[in-house]
Design a protein around this ligand. Structure first.
Ligand code: CA
Length: 229
């Protein structure tokens, strides 16, 4: 979709120029800020469709900006692409944990950046997720971050919430432990966090679901499935 606004927060002028030029060629409107604080202000004011965010910035770092945007209901779903200097594993994991949608390592090719931006925008348009997910007497309110069982609120941790959301949103497909790790914890296969973590959280979640706990079905040796009906 042409004419979408993209904000880039980056203190290296030549990178801003490069990104701006290439995205404008594709019909995007590009705004730029060179400092963390002014960039954050712009992100809130301009309501961009996507944010390209450098990690190391004057005044407020990209990590901080990411955290702040994810906590704000108005910007929590804003797609964010992190620009990282070295692409260390730590930066990458941290960025994804904080809710960045993707990251790009400098130096990058403009063509790759444009392709990633387009694919993230496509993805974010494709999944207008239901604000309310229901199954039997379970109700998961996405915007309020609440789980109701028989209309009563159930205390649930952030990870349990995300886990249940991933399961309920998969429409009966089996999700492997690896996929759940990636969706809920933001890790890829190269990080050696135990898949047992998933089993542990599933166990806790089942206890909270009471008579509806049977909807989370264990597929031996593979993962889990959620029976919506
Ligand atoms: Ca920088």
């Amino acid at each position: 979709m042409a004419d979408e606004k993209i904000l880039i927060i980056e203190d290296e002028k030549n990178i801003v120029e490069l990104v701006k030029f290439n995205l404008e060629q594709e019909g995007f409107r590009v705004f730029a800020a060179s400092r963390g604080d002014t960039g954050l202000e712009m992100a809130l004011r301009e309501k961009p469709a996507l944010l390209i965010l450098d990690l190391m910035l004057p005044e407020i770092t990209g990590i901080e900006i990411c955290k702040i945007l994810r906590q704000n209901p108005k910007t929590k779903a804003l797609p964010i692409v992190m620009l990282t200097a070295k692409g260390t594993e730590a930066d990458k994991v941290l960025g994804l944990e904080l809710g960045a949608d993707d990251y790009i390592t400098k130096p990058f090719s403009p063509r790759e950046l444009v392709a990633r931006v387009k694919s993230i925008l496509r993805r974010s348009r494709e999944k207008p997720e239901a604000e309310l997910m229901r199954a039997g007497s379970l109700e998961l309110d996405i915007s309020k971050h609440e789980l109701l069982l028989n209309n009563k609120k159930v205390g649930i941790s952030a990870k349990e919430f995300q886990l249940l959301r991933a399961l309920m949103g998969s429409h009966g497909r089996v999700l492997t432990r690896e996929v759940l790790l990636e969706k809920v914890w933001g890790y890829d296969n190269s990080t050696n966090i135990a898949t047992r973590t998933v089993d542990m959280h599933i166990g806790q979640l089942r206890k909270k679901l009471g008579k509806e706990s049977g909807r989370i079905v264990t597929i031996k040796g593979v993962g889990y499935r959620f029976d919506n009906d």
